[in-house]
Design a protein around this ligand. Sequence first.
Ligand code: LCS
Length: 393
Amino acid sequence: MAKKDLRFNTLLVHGAGFKDQYYSANVPIYQTSTFAFENADYGAKCFSGEIDGYIYTRLGNPTISALENTVAALEGGYGGIATSSGMGAVTTIYMALLEKGAHIISTDAVYGPSRGVMEEHFSRFGVESTYIDTSDINKIKSSIRKNTKLLFIETPANPTMSITDLEKCFEIAKENNIIMVVDNTFSSPYLQNPIKYGTDVVFHSMTKFLNGHADVVGGIIVAKEKVIYDKLRVMMINMGCNFDPHQSYLVLRGIKTLAIRIERAQENAIKIAQYLENHPKIEWVKYPGLKSHPQYELAKKQMRGFGTMISFELKGGYEAGKILMNNVKVALLAVSLGGVETLIQHPASMTHSKIPKESRIKAGITDGLVRYSVGIEDVNDLIEDLDQALSKI
Ligand code: LCS
């Protein structure tokens, strides 16, 4: 049976068919910057593309390829391109798929720097951008211009947890000849496969769920088809934001337990979300698995689970949130997410602090919003931890 025919959980463990001359059971770390050619003709053929050989690690490396092929198979795409970070993936996508005078429509509550790099830097090269609540399909339709080239969706969005309808978005993108890109970081391929709904390009900050152990920074792009894949790979190579073999090994190791990590953390997340929703000091909770979430039905339709990320606001706003963050003892007060350990952070002063206040509030990232990334610890310890910290408010 070809590896690509394997079911998702088996693919996680076995990867997408890596094989070397020793039949290594695990993908080895090819810690080399360059590859010697057997002779001059062989080298020339590698460069011309006649032979599919490795040349130089910025261009490709067997350990990195094993990771790229595995994630591409998990997402159901043509090919994967690993990058030095999630932001390396974002800038590679912008650089490869936009040009002077182009326009991009983006989810307003995207990860702060995905918006910041566009507004601060790409605007200098004449790229226009519009940020809207993409969970409202009509807003997407009315934002389309003649020069719109990219529809950039983050769902669930960081940190508002708002959810965008992937199927409807792709219909609009296709009708208008727009390339659709989805940041799938918050779901991982285990919970959501945007290519299934037509999406042209999917990417991840591998720093989060794919690696899952808070010891790697990395990104990966998966393209649905070869034409876009080729553009993205050339751009990644030329910008030099390649990934590296040792970290690829760590992510491949993390991927093997993706399913069981998410299953366990999700079990914790629903219990914590329900606990918070019933707490008198909490104003509101956003978790896609709560019936009170505005896109609960959509989450059920396009995701295979509700994930491990929770946002909430305390009745006392940021001041109350600060007391909570200063008093938790099990959850770490840290940015990032999607790891085995529970993290808590404050987007307005941390991950989304570079977005002008007015735009940030308009996108639903209020001053009092607290983001909680649920790990795989014992849920009773997590709830007791929140309980004692909330009692200090
Ligand atoms: N996309 C999303 C949804 C993210 O959450 C992040 C990082 C990125 C892209 C960028 O990935 P990186 O370059 O860091 O690998 N999110 C972070 C967060 O929420 N806290 O710290 C980093």
